[in-house]
Design a binder for this molecule. Structure first.
Ligand code: SME
Length: 137
């Protein structure tokens, strides 16, 4: 059954798989949007726990993607002024929106301890991951 609990478990497994197999994916998480409250909520992750489990639309890289509906690739997080730091080790980040029936319902967020690691291949790959996830929502 696609109940809330099993979706959370499957998302956690996807995060763990990506974090363990992709050497420069140090933290992997899925945030989902509450469009009424205009907030993002962390639903599943792999890596160090973060304090930022709720992020308002517009805040940080994640909050910006909630409003732009576009991928956001950050080669150097220090060069961003609208950025929420989760760990002092993070050097780069990629956030790719997750669309269900054409609506931006959330996103996958990846932090890297490697400098400038994300390419267009990561974007295409993560878009594909999100399409697969949309099928189980
Ligand atoms: N860095 C993100 C916040 C989420 S943490 O990376 C887990 C941001 O700026 O939105």
């Amino acid at each position: 059954a696609h109940d809330k609990e099993s979706i959370g478990q499957r998302l956690t497994e996807i995060c763990e798989l990506l974090q363990t197999t992709m050497g420069y994916y140090d933290w992997v998480g899925f945030y989902f949007a509450n469009h009424k409250e205009k907030t993002l909520h962390l639903k599943a992750f792999a890596g160090e726990p973060t304090d930022h489990t709720v992020i308002p639309f517009g805040k940080g890289i994640c909050g910006q993607v909630a409003e732009t509906n576009s991928n956001f690739v950050v080669a150097d997080v220090k060069a961003q002024n609208n950025y929420i730091a989760c760990s002092m080790y993070v050097k780069a980040e990629i956030v790719v929106p997750l669309f269900k029936d054409g609506k931006n319902v959330g996103q996958i967020d990846i932090d890297s301890h490697t400098e400038d690691p994300f390419s267009e291949e990561d974007e295409r790959f993560l878009e594909w991951v999100n399409q697969q996830v949309a099928e189980i929502l």
